[in-house]
Ligand binder design. Structure first.
Ligand code: TXA
Ligand code: MG
Length: 349
């Protein structure tokens, strides 16, 4: 396994590996991806094996130019109105953290899409990712570069720790800027649906194409149904048990020994600390100094985008720290807050 910083040389080396059917992990603006040539079935099998991913969970196909979209997708199967919406979405939100589910072209092997007639396609907004995809032939299938069910990698080191020996090359492009995966939007039938909340807020999509349905994990859980394979509850989980709490629950949140507390903003943290200093059954009384309690804040001023960028990073760190439980606060449900809350709900499974 090679572990190299992004450079013209390492990009062409990784592209060569992809072209010859190998696996290359690479940075994107959301999380690191585990890439294989999207047109090569034998290479695609290796992705499922490396991640220990069930074959029924389809991959995202990454492209590096809108002009190549029709190599991967068959747009003739969309009606005129849907094509108009696709045009708006691709013009305004690509490149970016949005995967659009479209009818797949005949060139994409069935294994990439778990036998579905559709494929989720994404044009990432990351220079190294774009270069790699172009050099590798224009279409790279890439799930997040983590073992199935585990936390997504936001740093090259996370990939090395999780998949090390199973990847031919890891390109290190530093920490991922957005830090949660792309939004998955299904436009293949009349009811346009968000299948996974992610880096593109629902509000940004709706401002372009009008109201969309919520078919995400959170909505499906509330309705007692499951729609997309990616809605498996055990996704995105740290090894440490995680419990979630709302802002309203802060005054009643216990202070447990060997637990870590992950707050959305400084205001929430300060409120809890104040309560702990006055509560009868607090950390101080239980013989543990509050100063020793592991406390993290995702965004001091309460900005959801900033919080998202530190979410997986912080969970990875806490997972390695030996604490026994994580208490994590839900974000306000707007903007990237929806993606944060979706990951926290699943992590608490
Ligand atoms: O940000 C991202 O999307 C990252 C980076 C690497 O691009 N990739 C990623 O891939 O998160 P993955 O495999 O971890 O998640 C793909 C999600 C899954 O929830 C999967 O079920 C859904 O996309 N998906 C893929 N193809 C689909 C399809 N044809 N229909 C419905 N859902 C699909
Ligand atoms: Mg994933």
């Amino acid at each position: 396994m090679e572990f190299l910083p992004v450079s013209p040389e390492s990009l062409s080396r990784a592209a060569g590996i992809l072209r010859s059917g190998g696996l290359a992990a690479f940075p994107t603006e959301t999380v690191y991806g585990l890439g294989a040539d999207a047109y090569n079935s034998a290479a695609l099998v290796k992705i499922f094996e490396a991640k220990n991913r069930p074959r029924f969970d389809p991959l995202i196909i990454h492209i590096a130019a809108v002009e190549t979209l029709e190599d991967a997708a068959d747009l003739s199967l969309l009606d005129k109105e849907t094509r108009r919406k696709l045009f708006l979405l691709s013009e305004k939100l690509w490149p970016g953290p949005l995967s659009i589910v479209l009818p797949k072209s005949g060139k994409i092997p069935g294994i990439a899409t778990a036998g579905l007639s559709t494929a989720a396609i994404r044009f990432p907004a990351h220079d190294a990712a774009q270069k790699l995809i172009s050099l590798a032939g224009g279409a790279v299938a890439a799930p997040s570069a983590n073992p199935f069910g585990a936390l997504s990698p936001t740093r090259a080191e996370h990939v090395r720790d999780g998949l090390g020996g199973k990847v031919d090359i890891i390109l290190d492009g530093g920490p991922a800027q957005i830090g949660v995966e792309s939004t998955v939007l299904d436009i293949t039938n009349g009811n346009i649906k968000i299948l996974r909340h992610g880096g593109t807020p629902k509000e940004a999509i709706e401002s372009l194409i009008g109201a969309v349905q919520d078919g995400s994990f959170s909505a499906a859980e509330a309705a007692g149904s499951m729609v997309s394979p990616g809605q498996l509850k055990s996704h995105y989980a740290p090894r440490t048990p995680l419990s979630v709490f709302t802002a309203e629950e802060i005054p009643h949140l216990p202070c447990e020994k060997d637990a870590a507390y992950l707050f959305f903003d400084n205001f929430s943290r300060d409120l809890w600390i104040k309560k702990q200093n006055t509560a009868a059954n607090n950390c101080l009384n239980s013989g543990k100094e509050l100063n020793d309690t592991v406390i993290r804040v995702l965004s001091p001023c309460g900005k959801a985008a900033e919080a998202a960028s530190f979410l997986f990073e912080t969970l990875h760190e806490l997972d390695l720290s030996g604490i026994l439980r994580i208490f994590a606060q839900f974000a306000p449900e707007e903007g990237l807050g929806a993606a944060i809350n979706d990951r926290l709900r699943r992590a608490s499974a």
